[in-house]
Design a protein around this ligand. Sequence first.
Ligand code: GLN
Length: 552
Amino acid sequence: MSTNYVFVTGGVLSGLGKGITTASIGLILKSKGFKVTAMKIDPYVNVDAGTLRPTEHGEVWVTDDGGEIDQDLGHYERFLNQDIGREHNITTGQVYGEVIRRERAGEYLGQTVQPIPHVTDEIKRRIHAVAEHTGAEFVMVEIGGTVGDYESILFLEAARQMRLAGESTFFAHVVYMPVLRSVGEAKTKPIQHSVRELNGYGIQPDLIVVRSENPVDQPRRAKIALFCNVRSDDIIDNHDVRSVYEVPIVLDAQQVGEKILSKLGIAPRPTDLEEWSAFVDRLYNAEKSVRIGIVGKYFDIGDYKLPDAYVSVIEAIKHAAAANGVRADITWLDSKAYEKDPQAVSELATYDGIIVPGGFGSSGVEGKINAIKFVRENKIPYLGLCYGLQLAVVEFARDVCGIAGAHTTECDPNTKEPVIDFLPWQKELIARKEYGGTMRLGGQMTIVNPGTLAHDLYKKDAARERFRHRYEINPRYIERLTHAGFVFSGYADAKFTRGEPVMQIGELPRDVHPFLLGTQAHPELTSRPLRPNPLYVGFIAASAERANGRAE
Ligand code: GLN
């Protein structure tokens, strides 16, 4: 079968869940036995998402091959349950970077280099490359942003050209139907305008996916169909549901897969979402709740709270909770508050488990350290993610080893006790101000020591996880930390690093603490609904145990 391209565009406003729609359609097609992959076009000029502020753009997703990318790739990996590489992300910066490089190299042989066709050719080349390298029968292509944005025009134009050239293409347009409270009515006009805008680029959608608070009723459906030039059958209702994981089920019930296959002239095949539905059932039907507190700092933008900065952490918690048959109630705890008022950490006693997630810079750090001291002393389950491991080590060094001035050089470059310090090669990169894409990034092996909590959870001697950091546990302190009772249960062998082993998992022995474990990796990046990450599963299990004790 030649490759089929399913383009997903968005209209009316951003944040509609185009990524979830893309991932859900991909999952439906995959469950029909097709080879599917997905890619994301981000029309911004940044080369990648690595340099974007988390409060503005949400969490940076790290691919196994070391790409720093928009979190939609995370949705694709979670739904499709497969690794997706950095090549599956295209930005304006990458496209123009390559076109300009080729122009300077004289590769255009004297032609006038123009947005059309040269830039659009480069866009198509990148889309085709993904098809070729993955051998996918279906490539889902999500075009980020909203139709009408200047910056997405060339990407839409490239898609239009692919259809014109006779490639097998399908266009799904995800739109928003607002409900005007004052008149109590759902309005379709913004949808009509956005489809007209898309038509203006020469694209007629094959399917309109309507996001709304409430289901699309018959009169609205008829109106959208008539004014947007689609059959009413091709209007898909995707109103708010309790969990994004239900969306594939909602779309499948409306035969989205069948509609795509029929339009592309491909014989129908049954969908198999049995395992997926069982996961959603576990998610929805868990009765017991565990209270998980996340002590972080990237929460607010203006007056709004934006847990998007930790989306993979939240999803990994849900996967692990479902695996344990419990429901996780997550509370955001601002680490800066524990700096202003160190006594306030005592509220952590009301939680069943605490996470300190990844982070950068010094703001809120002493608050996180106060929180870690409290959970260590009060035997509250703790999972430290990257910075959360490093700060647990700082805390242990200060309070247990008695190294009073212990710190990370990220916060205090002149500290006399740098228990956390630059990875050796990172120091040089920073001195040269080479920030973009230069952290220790992507999938790396961790050797896991038998007899440890980490080994019990992974149940193997080596685990692959994804990383994004510049600092590490300073090898000069390992002996003192170990001597005082800190256990390094996982490390990167020197052959995977640049000459020296890097400590990657740290924990306290179980006779000292029920669950205190930190990892230099981001295990949330490999957690999937049908394959929850073992460290999260263990952490939630320990939290559930504490919840049981609390209830008695
Ligand atoms: N700031 C720390 C480092 O660069 C931790 C990074 C993280 O949490 N991802 O090593």
